[in-house]
Design a binder for this molecule. Sequence first.
Ligand SMILES: [Zn+2]
Length: 325
Amino acid sequence: MKFINQNYKKGGTQKTFYDLNDLQETNCLNCNSDKKYRIHSEFGNIGIVKCKNCDLIYTSPRPKNVELNYHGDKNNYHEEYKFIFNGTKPHHRDKNYIQELNIIKKFFKKGKIVDVGCNAGRFLHLAERYGFDTFGVEPSKSLADLGIENFSLNIENCKLENSSFLKKSIDIITAIDVFEHLTNPSIFLNKSYEILKKDGILVIKIPNGNYCLTKLKISKLLNKNTKNMDIFDSYEHVAHYTKKTFEKFISNTNFKIKKIYAPIPIHPPLWTNINNQYYLHPSPWIWDWKKVIMRKIFHFIGKIELLLRLPMYFQADILYVLEKK
Ligand SMILES: [Zn+2]
């Protein structure tokens, strides 16, 4: 199953081709420099660039209103989730979420957890079962409503900076695969600092920009048409942090790194290869066995890279537990 069907009915507002009119040039999210060079193009005219000043890899030009990508149709999202909501299927990320909860358990056995960009709340639904007092923040009304209606969760339909949490009231804030979507991550970090208790933790999981570069290099070596591949998720990811650039970014904030993890890979389901519908429960691994095995091998190497403190090129995602300085 090599063919990737891009013409399925999408929950979000993403497109398969972006015209220059759909895009806007941006400066570096870290240092605001406009000095950059292009390393790749995706989905038509979206650019992946590297800042000449601070080395951050980011998306420019990027889609206008890129943070509204998840403000899609509620019925479409419900269709994607329906077997998960009715309890007959697991979510394809359940294994990832459970690993993340087990990591959090090492720091807090219970407590108040706020999941930022909680989507329809699957992570929080599992966190509840792990004994946490759960709260969600989700800017997309469709997704927030689905989480409230189907998992009976406490979700505020807004961005974290507009939420109603009291100062120093929260034990754990999680941003799982969210930080790379933020066009102004400093606002998010400042608000997190404000509402976290003194000994609270901020858990940020990011895709590793260097892993994307590895995928790009391998695809070029295999003579694949990389312009038609989705390597950087650039229709929604505004920055592609690496271990080095993320840690540089955090060093200029009120947070410091407590612990770093190499989480298990995500295996996106491939239901769209057999019809025009995307579902969020796992598809049979046999459809994609080569990719599944490669991701597991890369993850094994990634764990060694982390252990030996090497620059990480094989680990797909990096998870940071941060604490207040
Ligand atoms: Zn920069």
